[in-house]
Design a protein around this ligand. Structure first.
Ligand code: PLP
Length: 398
């Protein structure tokens, strides 16, 4: 077997919970850039940005080297700093919360809705009421579209109007998903939306992310922050340019730029976005049907939402199956089914637990965590592979 075949033959491996899909068109697009004049800061990054902005209906899109970077510059652009609060859900990847700490802000959590597993608007309303009395309202709320299913954005937006906080949508799971019929990322109910292009997400650029906004000033700030705070725009300078070489640093920024190679891969992948999401929908429906009448709770979908289906999370009915989640997890892994758990509640992470301000319990989040298991879902998952997942799961929970 030559090495190229070895790279493609994955039959001996675990069926992964998520994985990229790379086709010849992607490879050609990346090779073309590799042979061009620009590996970074060329024409492809702006083309990728425009293509994503047009696709989802946003005014501005800023490509960066990860969603984590996008969250960081989004928080900075919104003015989050020392003494401020950022709130998010405990059931998300740590990056959704860390962006607050990067800015010197404090982080607190709002419990999840027991059906969607997203940040619960009722819990948010109750917490806001208390925070208003205590004089510690949040400056930013990060609404995470867990598994690709949008949050109840209309309700969260209504609360932001009343209490005056900003909203970042962490749509790392959700490009290609829709809320009330429109693509996530259009910013109707938020200030900034963030996408991730990590290989397990819906489309990939290897590492990569994007921040989208309809606000010109926020876009300008994020553009500065992703590249050292440096500008060549005479309109932003404090005085006339010394000459054609001149630039000014007017903020403390970072090097969070995306490369041309990544953008070429992203542009090529974006063409298949709707196909990917359609395939994920079909696979999710197959799981739904196959798991009826088994002691698991399949993902409930809100009528306003059309998920991007990044993850398919089942909740084990542990009291009915008389096993621990760990036992089910270990069995499935032993059968080559690459299950995973999304996510460990952030407030229980040692780094967060030692920060003093988490005295609260989050009963829905802890309850969710005790029984959640993500089964494989990605566009190149075959029906045969999915049947192996289903049969293994049915065997162990029966
Ligand atoms: C993957 C992920 C991130 C971070 O994305 P990167 O592009 O890897 O930095 C942030 N938030 C959520 C919810 C994620 O799943």
């Amino acid at each position: 077997m030559d090495r190229r075949q070895l790279g493609k033959d994955r039959s001996h491996l675990m069926i992964p919970y998520g994985r990229q899909d790379i086709q010849q068109a992607d490879i050609d697009a990346v090779l073309e850039v590799l042979q061009s004049d620009f590996l970074t800061q060329g024409p492809v990054v702006p083309r990728f940005e425009s293509a994503v902005a047009d696709k989802v209906g946003a005014r501005h899109a800023l490509a960066v080297n990860s969603a984590t970077s996008a969250l960081h510059i989004a928080c900075l652009a919104l003015g989050l700093g020392k003494g401020d609060w950022l709130w998010t859900s405990p059931i998300t990847f740590v990056a959704s919360a860390n962006c607050g700490l990067y800015c010197g802000a404090k982080v607190d959590f709002v419990d999840i809705d027991p059906r969607t597993y997203n940040l619960c608007p009722q819990a948010l309303a109750a917490k806001l009421e208390q925070a208003e009395r205590a004089g510690r309202l949040p400056k930013v709320v990060v609404a995470v579209h867990l598994c690709g299913q949008p949050c109840d954005m209309q309700a969260i937006h209504a609360l932001s109007q009343r209490y005056g906080f900003h909203i970042i949508e962490d749509a790392s799971h959700a490009i290609g998903g829709k809320y009330q019929g429109d693509y996530i990322g259009n910013g109707r109910y938020s200030d900034i939306t963030v996408f991730s292009f990590h290989p397990v997400k819906i489309i990939t650029t290897a590492e990569g992310g994007m921040a989208l906004t309809n606000d010109d000033a926020l876009a300008r700030r994020m553009d500065l922050l992703r590249s050292h705070g440096v500008t060549r725009d005479p309109a932003l300078m404090t005085h006339e340019a010394d000459g054609p070489w001149y630039y000014q640093q007017i903020e403390l920024g970072y090097n969070y730029r995306m490369t041309e190679l990544q953008a070429a891969l992203g542009l090529s992948q974006l063409e298949r976005l709707d196909d990917y999401v359609a395939r994920r929908h079909a696979l999710a429906k197959r799981y739904d049907q196959a798991l009826v009448e088994f002691p698991v709770v399949t993902p409930w979908q809100h009528p306003d939402s059309s998920s991007a289906w990044h993850l398919y999370v089942v909740r084990l009915k542990l009291e009915d199956i008389n096993l621990t989640r760990r036992q089910v997890f270990d069995y499935l892994r032993s059968k080559g089914v690459g299950v995973n758990v999304h996510y460990i509640p952030i407030h229980t992470q040692p780094y967060y637990a030692r920060l003093e301000f988490y005295s609260e319990n989050y009963p829905n989040s802890l309850n969710y965590y005790s029984s959640a298991i993500s089964v494989p879902l990605h566009p190149s998952l075959s029906c045969q592979q999915q049947d192996i997942v289903v049969e293994s799961l049915k065997y162990i929970v029966r």
